[in-house]
Design a protein around this ligand. Sequence first.
Ligand code: PLP
Ligand code: COI
Length: 341
Amino acid sequence: MEKKNIDWANLGFGYVQTDKRYVANYKDGAWDDGALISDSTVTISECAGVLQYAQTCFEGLKAYTTEDGHIVTFRPDLNAARLKASCERLEIPVFPEERFLEAVSETVAANEAYVPPYGSGATLYVRPFIFGSSAVIGVAPAAEYQFRVFTTPVGPYFKGGAKPLTIRVSDFDRAAPHGTGHIKAGLNYAMSLYAIVDAHQKGFDENMYLDPATRTKVEETGGANFLFVTKDNKIVTPKSDSILPSITRRSLVTVAKDYLGLEVEEREVLFDEVKDFAECGLCGTAAVISPVGKIVDHGNEICLPSGMTEMGPVTKKLYDTLTGIQMGRIEAPEGWIHVIK
Ligand code: PLP
Ligand code: COI
């Protein structure tokens, strides 16, 4: 199979249309058989639930080419489970988890020519999503839904790759207490757009959101969870009911404990503690682990000792081990790697 003529090394995190996508429709209380199709456009009612009341949720995972030439995904079962949780919270019928796994594999396999080669620095981002497709005008769940999976080859989420980021403490909230912060609802990202545009205009790479109830605890950014490293090499990561349960963060906790022998604390993290940490990283499928060098709180700068030129040493070990597992250089825990071909 011949790969597409793409400049893999210079890809950013953007949308590149690929050949095939998976589509299944829900009608009269059941999902149809689903199929791979070529048409990248969607035609729905002007009054569709997704357009009027944002009834939609999504997932994000990546397909990798391993050192020995296989195409694999990383823990897709956890994406299937998280999409189920998102659907349940949004009154969307669940797309069965087994079928989710098949749909992801079929879509990746059908777009094999777009899976970046091993060592290129790029990966194939996979975006499963579900939305209310039938008309609703009173506030209510739609009667019909569409589940789709498309793929797009991507490079680093943050421009500059592994260069440490500067983030700011946001005055806006991304999630409410007892709201939808713990699921991957499109509405959470709509909520964050004003804050991210404002952050970029002011020269920051991302927003650090604090807990909306007390504004004393660290939550997450618009698209990644936090991992901190203490001066005595412990990993600390925020625990909160209103952050997305990141698959990358959960995997890094295992990597830290079982591969690197580090102590890990998953607990509430006060913003006041941040000034005492040695390293800070943003972790997620898109972000992988992106190092943070500086956190600005209303003009007050916290400069992490790891500095602004490269990843801190513990973050680097976590990064190398996680990406080593994903690319097949390091043996993975049982069940983490899903071989597509
Ligand atoms: N937090 C938010 C708000 C996200 O959008 C994401 C991305 O999916 C993450 C965290 C990281 O989650 P994961 O590691 O499962 O990609
Ligand atoms: C992901 O990491 O998969 C996400 O969905 C985050 C988004 C900011 C791209």
